[in-house]
Design a binder for this molecule. Sequence first.
Ligand code: GDP
Length: 518
Amino acid sequence: MEFEESVLKAPILAENLKPRAPIVTIMGHVDHGKTSLLDVIRQTNVIAGEAGGITQAIGAYHVHINGRDIVFLDTPGHEAFTAMRARGAQVTDIVVLVVAADDGVMGQTVEAINHSKVAGVPIIVAINKIDKPGADPEKIKQALTEHGLLSEQWGGETIFCEVSAKKKTGIEELLELILLQADVMELKADPDLSARGVIIEAKLDRGRGPVATVLIQQGTLRTGDAFVCKTEFGRVRAIINDQGRRVKEAKPSMPVEVIGFSNVPQTGAEFFCVEDEKKARNIAEHSIRKAREKELSASSKITLEQLYQKIKEGVKDLNVIIKADVQGSIEAISDALHKLSTEDVQLKSIHSSTGAISETDVMLASASNAIIIGFNVRPDARVIEIAQQEGVEIKLYDIIYNVIADVRAAMEGLLEPEYKEVVLGRAEVRELFKVPKIGIIAGCHVTDGKIVRSAGIKLVRDSIVIFDGKMLSLRRFKDDAKEVLADFDCGIGIEGFNDIHVGDVIEAYITERLERKL
Ligand code: GDP
């Protein structure tokens, strides 16, 4: 039996649409006040004397203001936002970017802006901590113009609001501005369809079994409805709202806890109701088969090697995330890539920053179908694993010319057989020994793979490649070794390099020739 989800779900007709509440995610740099702001907004509900009083932690809550609702997702930050997008779910309508007035635009502020931009979600800036003596809101507005957020006051489109989560000032104004932005966006949904939504939180509850918070996006969810959620299914046994109350139904934009799942569903998974439980089970089983097939087939994510083919198939953009050891390299690479753009294909740097390639970078690449270019930086083992799971390509370089040459060749379908560095193993430096006439020997513990005497080595410190070269010696106890396997200790000397620190990682690699797969 073949199920096409689009056939199962009734089409959304413009004439049936009714206004719905906006869904907001709060983002910003650490310590700028995201959690504090979420808390005071949550309290406005109580102060306003809304029925129900204290909100329950179900992953999202709504506040009532001027006779309307606003829904806040309870997990602040761009990491959760992008992880959801990578799962295929975009639930946020508006991002509130919190910037502390006494601190300014920081790394995660810029990340939050870039993550929101590629998702096409409008940003409202909340300048927080204006109660602080050193607060300088104008300076922040100025700094944000460099990141494309120009205040309305200066002819731009970005709404700014000055708040203090501590003194509870400016909060209502912020809520009103959110409603204003929602009006511009004309957010609507059809409450008369059968319900569909997205899982924003899920857990196994001791007493209640699998419980998930569903954010309803279309239709009305009712007790007794049969539903499918990817590979899980069930029947709604109870609906509980964000005030901990059992309710009979939930309308669009409302976050509710649903009890009645067969198993704990995945966050970000789509949820939709069908006629009956039998049908729900059939569809879920079908999804399990499909998921297995997909695991077996190649990933659909873009790679540099496939770029030419994709351009021929009509792909117009190549999204790139650039990570480098220094800002100068980022600028050089991003300028050069920008110049390579042609009518057929636009190269877009959707995010760039100095430092190691992180899990968040990989999720952003996955959500935005981007490749990651790492220049003189390295992802750690966990990041590599996630990139493989997500099918995200990470290209590592140490010469700018090679980055440009590769991308140009890929665009022209002329990517030469590639020499790829294959990491054989890693060893962590635990001790240092000074050996007369020879230099520094690093006492190492092989953490994964193996260290091979004939291999090349890279010395990695805080995820940055410090040195690339050869080994002078590889020893186990007093004997020269050809290779040392994981979990063993060894001594490594590096040719022409003595500036080794405890905690550095020595990576052994070989260079393999790859055939072009065009
Ligand atoms: P988050 O990391 O962005 O979630 O930031 P938090 O909400 O945890 O806040 C970080 C620190 O800033 C805490 O010590 C808060 O008490 C403080 N803080 C938050 N908002 C304000 C504010 O409006 N004014 C002042 N003075 N301090 C604030």
